[in-house]
Write a protein that binds this ligand. Structure first.
Ligand SMILES: N[C@@H](CCC(=O)N[C@@H](CS)C(=O)NCC(=O)O)C(=O)O
Length: 259
């Protein structure tokens, strides 16, 4: 669909707009949820970098900041009557999609099990994600060792989060927990490339989960290389080069630098 002028002022009623960036693991969470829900959406790729490949906040268009004053992807937006609804923060976007379209459900029906799913997502986002960035951003050997140890501990914690029957975190049902975790598992080759980091051998459930989850059509569709000359892993390795040498000027680099 083509928009006249900026995409916000010309957004038709009931068209769900999704602001994505192919390199972003948080936006990838929302992309996977949209695809799993089979929701029709209009996607706009936000280029976060300038021609030198550096993050360039000054390039963000005003309509983007109007939708998310934090200037981050993912963003979902739609018009309903006279109202413009805006949703940002990946986990909240995904919860919104669960409310927006009931089928197929991406959370279990039982209130206590839903709460457990949300607790896993929250701990993963608050602990695993900063440790992932810490391992890449820290340049001193001590900091890298700390980062690697912390990440291994988080992976072992994740291993213990599986419902005993698997294969997904919530058992047979693919859920928002899998979706929250998957983008960071897709980035393990980046850690392997820059930091010789691998999934610990005492995480067999995670290894089996990965085999089940990675072939899902939603994951394959949401794992598009932003450079036609590079396959997806190579593209991600390129994306994280500026994190690995600590020269990235992105909001994520700033968010996680001193954590
Ligand atoms: N907590 C946010 C994080 C989103 C985020 O950091 N997105 C990055 C891309 S991975 C972004 O848009 N950065 C903008 C910039 O670096 O200028 C979420 O879960 O949605």
């Amino acid at each position: 669909m083509k928009f006249v002028g900026d995409p916000v002022s010309s957004l038709p009623n009931d068209t769900l707009l999704f602001l994505n960036s192919l390199e972003c693991p948080f936006a990838q969470r929302t992309c996977i949820a949209l695809l799993e829900k089979r929701i029709l959406f209009h996607k706009i790729e936000i280029d976060l970098r300038n021609t030198e490949g550096q993050y360039a906040p000054e390039l963000k268009p005003s309509w983007f900041l109007q939708l998310n004053p934090n200037g981050k992807v993912p963003v979902l937006a739609y018009r309903e009557g006279g109202d413009l609804h805006r949703v940002y923060e990946s986990n909240i976007c995904n919860e919104f999609l669960e409310d927006y379209r009931a089928e197929p459900p991406l959370l279990p029906p039982h209130p206590a099990v839903r709460a457990r799913a949300r607790m896993i997502i929250q701990q993963f986002t608050e602990k695993f994600v900063p440790d992932f960035y810490k391992l890449l951003l820290r340049q001193d050997p001590e900091g890298r060792k700390e980062g690697a140890d912390a990440l291994r501990e988080q992976l072992r914690w994740l291993e213990g989060c599986f419902d005993s029957d698997g294969p997904f975190f919530m058992g047979e049902q693919f859920s928002l927990v899998d979706i929250s975790v998957l983008p960071f598992m897709l980035r393990l080759p980046v850690l392997s490339h820059y930091r010789a980091f691998a999934l610990p051998e005492d995480c067999p459930k995670l290894a089996r989960w990965w085999q089940h989850a990675k072939g899902r059509p939603s994951i394959r569709t949401a794992s598009e290389s932003g450079n036609s000359a590079l396959d997806y892993d190579e593209y991600l390795i390129w994306v994280y080069e500026r994190y690995a040498d600590a020269s990235a000027k992105s909001t994520s680099a700033a968010d996680f630098k001193d954590r």
